[in-house]
Design a protein around this ligand. Structure first.
Ligand code: BDP
Length: 661
């Protein structure tokens, strides 16, 4: 079974023959040196290239009468090619076995393709929805990590499968624990005991081409080292970090590639706790990490003190990093400035910083997307962001898409990339909702080739996951996935107002609290005015800023992210509905569509092959779709009642009717 060949095996073989079954010709795996020097020294076979080299990680598959040949300049490239072949065989793609010549040649765009566990050392998972069920699928957070607690009996096969699963879609980096690094036991991550316990795991993932990153607590010098302070300006603290980094690099070897920090937000300590800026903090660690060839990843996500626009705050916090951050710093920025909402503008920092490595952060975990109860296939959302033109400030470049920035951008920054917050847990099917696996798979495929149409990726996932289903079932399923993002948007928060959910990030029951900060709704108006000079819209490059600032040109899906408008404002792309009519209508249509998912799914029973999922998966999926539909109705009802009370107007028989306030 080719899929079980790890890099270690490939490295040992260098070139190997594996008998394939049936009429397929023998499989030849071939490592090509990337340069004559490599050929002489054998360097290409020793450790993985760092910074990652997209060109070397690519592969080609050739067919001739005797062999199927997978070639790459790197061992992980051969592995990626082997997985591509498996995908083609699984889809029964005739091109996979027939004919001759080159079948495929492919290389990733982004240097780093990261999978970020938000797992806690106590065994729980931050925003994890794929663990054992309790009441109506609420995950017993305490038991959903595949990796933690360390030192306890771990399911080794499961860890192995996770590494293979990630490598199969081209992931080449992993963050091992939650960004809230000083809570849930994570503050002890850097103890010598924990480092030693992780060693085998790190080596296993490295054998699948996956580099390791740790997210330590900023206060580790005190918590782990017993020092009296964690102030980086104190020489003992600096010496402690230097020694600890050496210890980690000694234990993990080349697999250790960096540290990740979330500083001074949501209760986490950081450089600001000691009078240092975020930039000074990042450079402090980068200098120490340079000693072992590793990098410092700094997260941009942060909240301001009350009353300040979070979008503008984040931009201003990091806008000066170009030329100031050390070469081995990468700034990790969420796709938008709010927090993984159903629709956000692409973060303006991506268009602004051209000389800093930038890592784009998506979230596969469905924190704001109905957890693992609702059907929401995110490749459509991600692909719309990746294709977004941030425009360039640097002639002769005019266009610069987010995908290009994540692939290194104009400055060809070596540590740029794309990351996703994991949606994986201990549930038998990995992701809780079987359909949520399209987000794991789709992320990897998009991170590899960000220009692939989302619809193609989702169809491919359906075909590899439900292999012998009828073409009718494949079409129905693909269409359900394709529509699901917009459907979810319709029954939660349309027109870009965002945050239509309660503190549990699920129910929609505290719109009133949200109103003052996020959607700024009154009896007559709604929307967050970010369009004025000096507002967040002006932080984009000129062409984009002009678009967002203009009420006529602003994409209507994002209208309320930038403009405050009267409810009577007419929407040109929504059948000329007024804003208030659209809010009511979109919520109704979202509910109808969610109910339609149940009907569509039941209609293909008998036509769909559940592949490697157990037989009860059909019922499980049905139950989740039903919960999705009934909760969609509850969400829509609460939104309707909220706006009816606020505006005094409701939709009756398709027409807006208002009573005097
Ligand atoms: C917020 C999540 C929180 C994360 C935070 C982050 O609710 O759990 O810690 O993002 O990304 O959305 O740091």
């Amino acid at each position: 079974m080719i899929g079980l060949i790890s890099l270690g095996v490939l490295r040992a073989l260098g070139m190997c023959r594996v008998n394939a079954t049936g009429t397929a010709p023998a499989l030849l795996l071939q490592l090509q040196p990337s340069s004559p020097d490599d050929a002489i020294s054998g360097a290409a076979e020793r450790s993985l290239a760092w910074p990652p080299s997209p060109a070397d990680e690519g592969y080609s598959i050739h067919l001739n009468t005797l062999h199927t040949v997978i070639s790459s300049r790197s061992p992980q490239g051969v592995l990626y090619g082997a997985f591509e072949l498996l995908r083609r065989l699984r889809r029964e793609d005739p091109g996979a076995l027939a004919g001759g010549g080159e079948v495929v040649r492919s290389a990733p765009s982004a240097p780093l393709r990261h999978w970020d566990l938000w797992d806690n050392l106590d065994g729980s998972v931050e925003r994890g929805y794929a663990g054992p069920w309790q009441h109506r699928f609420d995950v017993a957070a305490a038991r959903s990590s595949v990796v933690y607690p360390l030192g306890q009996q771990r399911d080794e096969q499961r860890a192995h499968d996770l590494a293979r699963l990630l490598a199969s879609v081209g992931i080449n980096g992993i963050g091992w624990s939650n960004v809230n690094a000083c809570d849930h036991g994570n503050q002890h991550l850097l103890s010598s005991r924990n480092i030693a316990s992780m060693r085998a795991l790190v080596a296993l993932f490295y054998s699948y081409g996956i580099h390791s990153f740790l997210t330590p607590c900023f206060d580790s010098p005190q918590i782990v080292g017993g020092l009296f302070t964690s102030n980086p300006q104190v020489p003992e603290v600096k010496a402690w970090w230097a020694k600890k980094i050496e210890e980690v690099a000694g234990a993990f070897g080349d697999a250790f590639r960096g540290l990740v920090f979330k500083g001074n937000t949501e209760g986490q300590p950081g450089p600001g706790s000691h009078g240092m800026s975020q930039l000074q903090g990042a450079n402090f660690f980068a200098e120490l990490l340079e000693e072992v060839g590793a990098i410092c990843i700094w997260r941009a996500f942060s909240h301001p003190e009350g009353g300040v626009d979070q979008a503008l705050y984040q931009f201003q916090r990091f806008e000066n990093w170009d030329g100031e951050a050390r070469w081995n710093v990468a700034l990790k920025i969420k796709n938008g400035p709010y927090d993984f909402q159903v629709r956000e503008p692409v973060h303006s920092l991506f268009g602004h910083l051209s000389n800093t490595s930038l890592i784009l952060e998506f979230q596969a975990a469905q924190e704001y997307f109905g957890h693992a109860k609702h059907l929401v296939a995110l490749p459509s959302q991600w692909s719309s962001y990746l294709g977004f033109d941030l425009s360039s400030r640097f002639p002769p470049y005019n266009v610069q898409t987010l995908a290009q920035v994540a692939s290194g951008g104009i400055g060809r920054m070596p540590f740029s990339g794309i990351a996703a917050v994991s949606n994986i847990g201990t549930s038998r099917n990995w992701t809780g909702h079987v359909f949520s696996a399209v987000n794991t798979y789709g992320f990897g495929r998009l991170a590899w080739t960000p220009t692939t149409p989302a619809a193609d990726i989702m169809r491919e996932w359906v075909e590899v996951t439900f292999p012998r289903s009828s073409s009718y079932a494949v079409s129905v399923l693909t269409r359900m996935l394709q529509r699901s993002w917009e459907v979810y948007e319709n029954y939660t928060s349309s027109l870009g107002w965002g945050f239509a959910c309660a503190a549990n990030h699920y129910d929609l029951d505290d719109m009133d609290r949200r109103r003052h900060t996020d959607h700024r709704a009154s009896a007559t108006h709604i929307g967050y005015p970010r369009n004025a000079g000096g507002g967040y819209a002006s932080t984009y490059n000129a062409k984009v800023a002009a678009r967002f600032q203009s009420i006529e040109q602003c994409p209507e899906e994002l209208l309320l992210s930038f403009h405050q408008v009267p409810y009577t404002h007419r929407l040109r792309t929504k059948n000329n509905s007024t804003v208030l009519e659209w809010i009511y209508r979109s919520h109704m249509s979202g509910v109808n569509a969610a109910e339609g998912f149940v009907t569509d799914w039941l209609a293909i029973e008998g036509h769909v092959d559940l592949g490697s999922y157990p037989g009860d998966a059909f019922v499980d999926i049905t139950t989740r779709l039903e919960i999705g539909a009934s909760d969609a109705a509850a969400f829509a009802k609460s939104i309707r009642e909220y706006f009816e009370t606020l505006t005094g107007c409701g939709l009756r028989d398709g027409r807006l009717q208002c009573h005097a306030q």
